[in-house]
Write a protein that binds this ligand. Structure first.
Ligand SMILES: Nc1nc2c(c(=O)[nH]1)N[C@H]1C(S)=C(S)[C@@H](COP(=O)(O)O)O[C@H]1N2
Ligand SMILES: [Mo]
Length: 182
């Protein structure tokens, strides 16, 4: 009986280990926070595995890679915004930029460069970050953002449904995949 129990315990332990290592590898990261961070969850850029980043001449010694579930596990905020030329008001949902940066251990006085898949970049100073309630939207009107759409992540802030200037609109980054901490 005792032998059976210890074998059963060993099997369960192995299963748990298999499931947890599978879940650690089963979902792709969609947003990387790279550079001067104090809570990295991955190491330096690997030119082979990180081919896209490498092709874009990025380098970093450490980073925090967020899967969509990890972003969805942070407290979620909804904002609404409306821009001329859009079909109407849209509601965006995701974690606060502040919370994601906090999880990665980004200093409050750091400047951040946000880069999208199409190469569009926006620099966010601490002042710009604090001036608005920025979110890392992962869904719009209840539907997940997609790659090929405005995903994987849309860096944006609310405007209380009011119209915004082109200047403000230009600071919102859709197709975001990289935040570099300077
Ligand atoms: N990835 C990405 N984000 C972007 C842009 C872009 O070209 N690529 N253009 C910016 C500018 S200049 C504006 S005005 C708005 C454009 O939003 P639109 O796609 O609805 O025109 O997104 C901003 N975010
Ligand atoms: Mo624009």
């Amino acid at each position: 009986m005792q032998k059976f129990l210890s074998i059963a315990t060993a099997v369960i332990t192995l299963l748990i280990a298999a499931v947890s290592s599978a879940s650690a590898q089963s979902e792709m990261p969609i947003l990387t926070i790279a550079g001067e961070i104090s809570h990295p969850n991955r190491g330096a850029l690997d030119p082979f595995r990180d081919a896209f980043l490498s092709h874009k001449d990025k380098t970093f010694a450490k980073a925090f890679a967020f899967t969509r579930s990890a972003l969805a596990a942070l407290p979620q905020t909804k904002i609404s915004t409306n821009v001329e030329g859009w079909p109407g008001k849209i509601e965006l949902e995701g974690p606060r930029l502040r919370d994601a940066l906090g999880a990665a251990g980004v200093a409050a006085n750091a400047t951040i460069v946000a880069t999208a898949l199409d190469g569009y970049t926006v620099e966010l100073t601490p002042e710009a970050r604090n001036a608005n309630d920025w979110i890392l939207a992962i869904a719009a009107d209840g539907a997940p953002l997609s790659i090929g759409g405005r995903g994987p992540v849309w860096l944006i802030h609310g405007t209380d449904g009011k119209a915004v200037s082109q200047e403000i609109e230009a600071t919102w980054v859709w197709a975001l995949y990289l935040l570099e901490v300077k």
